[in-house]
Design a protein around this ligand. Structure first.
Ligand code: SF4
Ligand code: SF4
Length: 181
């Protein structure tokens, strides 16, 4: 079955590792923008971008928070950059039970980059605050099935509800709603 096609904007942040100087301004602004209330404080542990650092070679690698992974991976990836081997999970984007990265420190809820969708500017804040242009924003249009777009809207809506009210509360409401049917 072929459904109706719709144009979808794919947002993309390009990361140039060679330009990153490790200033961590991206972490500061991301955590401040997502603080409650907004801009009330900044804490890199709440940021949806983290800068991984290897001091001996002065390499800084910005990593964005991706999907939540319920279980640890069965397989692992190892990166070698300039001859230095990094920890297996160093550049993984997932929030997962095997490490503390990309977890809201108070609640333990997973953090995920939302491309600053609540901000009026098109360009995400971490990109705007990166003064050496290690992060650059690009977008392109792609044709997708209408259903796919709707499903993604539902996912984004659920994620922001979980962000706001917490996973347990959202699950309680869903359980109550399904009992009513
Ligand atoms: S703001 Fe730019 S240069 Fe600074 S740590 Fe982030 S990516 Fe690197
Ligand atoms: S795009 Fe926005 S939400 Fe994502 S890491 Fe950058 S500042 Fe944070």
């Amino acid at each position: 079955m072929t459904g109706n096609k719709k144009t979808k904007i794919i947002k993309n942040i390009k990361i140039d590792i060679n330009k990153c100087n490790g200033c961590r301004a991206c972490e500061m602004i991301c955590s401040a923008f997502h603080a409650a209330p907004q801009y009330s404080g900044n804490n890199p542990a709440r940021s949806r971008i983290r800068v991984i650092h290897y001091p001996l070679k002065d390499i800084y690698v910005p990593v964005y928070a991706g999907e939540y992974a319920e279980a640890e991976c069965m397989g692992r990836d190892k990166y070698v950059i300039d001859g230095k081997e990094y920890d297996e999970c160093a550049f993984c984007r997932a929030s997962c039970p095997s490490r503390d990265l990309f977890k809201e420190p108070d609640s333990g809820l997973p953090l995920k980059c939302d491309m600053c969708e609540d901000h009026p500017d098109k360009e995400p804040l971490c990109v705007q605050w990166c003064y050496v242009d290690a992060l650059t924003y690009e977008e392109r249009e792609e044709e997708v099935d209408e259903e796919e777009v709707k499903l993604e809207d539902v996912e984004i809506g659920l994620e922001s509800m979980v962000d706001k009210y917490g996973l347990e509360q959202v699950m309680d409401v869903v359980a109550r709603m399904s009992q009513k049917e």
